[in-house]
Ligand binder design. Structure first.
Ligand code: S3P
Length: 167
């Protein structure tokens, strides 16, 4: 079985995914790292030099490849991966994929992302905290439509990483 972790930026997909993979002795793929490796550039550079459409196409290509892998793996997707094209349909259509939405509230996401926005081109321009929160609220409302189609939803607000991994 392939385990896909979905959720908004800052929801802990990479952190949880890496530890979960160790725990169940499966390989781990961090989607953003995979993109950076292939392009030999950071996500910021890809957005700046090649633009978001290029990034989304590459994201789609890598998603198709990962779904086709024979191996059981844990994958932390990019926050936008399920929300473009028919990517979520593709994820849902695979019998070998089980998807988990790591759900956090807007306040927690804003707190986390305020400290971690520099390497995230979707939000790095939002200097004031209230602007960041406003953006996240609207963006999450739109993206929730996709995230909520996951097989399981894990409410992470009041859970430790140990509890999330156990779930
Ligand atoms: C994005 C999320 C990022 C990364 C890129 C775009 C998005 O991944 O793929 O900056 O559109 O939400 P993380 O969710 O790992 O930050």
């Amino acid at each position: 079985m392939k385990i896909f972790l979905l959720g908004y930026m800052g929801s802990g997909k990479s952190y949880i995914g890496k530890r979960l993979a160790e725990r169940i002795d499966q390989n781990f793929i961090d989607f953003d790292e995979e993109i950076e490796k292939r392009e030999n550039s950071t996500i910021n550079e890809i957005f700046q030099k090649k633009g978001e459409i290029f990034f989304r196409k590459l994201e789609r290509k890598i998603l198709e490849e990962i779904i086709a892998l024979k191996e059981d793996v844990v994958i932390s997707l990019g926050g936008g991966t399920p929300c473009y094209g028919n990517n979520m349909e593709l994820i849902q259509a695979s019998n070998e994929v089980t998807s988990f939405y790591l759900k956090l509230n807007i306040e927690n996401l804003t707190e986390r992302l305020e400290a971690e926005k520099a390497h995230r081109p979707m939000i790095s321009h939002l200097e004031e905290k209230n602007k960041l929160e406003e953006f996240i609220r609207k963006h999450l409302f739109e993206r929730g439509f996709y995230y909520n189609q996951s097989d399981y939803i894990i409410y992470c607000n009041d859970k430790s990483s140990e509890e999330i991994i156990a779930k």
